[in-house]
Design a protein around this ligand. Structure first.
Ligand SMILES: [Zn+2]
Length: 104
C-alpha cells in the first residue's frame, strides 16, 4: 500500500483498517461511494443489496487483516491471508457491479 491514498469523493486519506474500495476514479471510502449512490437516486433494490454485500466483505477484510497480524502460527497467518485475498476479490467484483449503476 502506498504512503497515502486519497478518497476521490471527500479528499481525505484512505487508510488500512477503514472500509474502502477502488473504482475507476481511484480509492473511495465505502460511505462516500454510498453517498454518491444516494445522491444519484440509485440506492435501492439490487444496488442497496450490493452495498450490503460489499459492507460485509469489507468488514471481513479488516477483520482478517487484524487477526493475521495478531496470529502466531504460520499456517494460521497463511490461511487468514488467503481469506483476506478472497474477500478482496469478492469486494472488487461487487464494486464493479455497483460502479456500473452509479454515475461517477
Ligand atoms: Zn471519502
Amino acid at each position: 500500500m502506498p504512503e497515502a491514498w486519497v478518497c476521490f469523493v471527500c479528499g481525505r486519506e484512505v487508510r488500512v483498517g477503514q472500509r474502502f474500495t477502488f473504482v475507476s476514479k481511484g480509492p473511495v471510502h465505502l460511505d462516500c461511494l454510498e453517498g454518491l449512490a444516494r445522491e444519484g437516486g440509485v440506492y435501492s433494490g439490487d444496488v442497496e443489496r450490493l452495498f450490503r454485500a460489499l459492507k460485509t466483505l469489507l468488514d471481513n477484510i479488516v477483520l482478517f487483516r487484524e487477526l493475521r497480524e495478531a496470529a502466531r502460527g504460520e499456517a494460521v497467518k497463511s490461511l487468514l491471508h488467503e481469506l483476506q485475498k478472497s474477500s478482496e476479490a469478492g469486494a472488487a467484483k461487487v464494486t464493479k457491479l455497483i460502479e456500473s449503476n452509479i454515475e461517477l
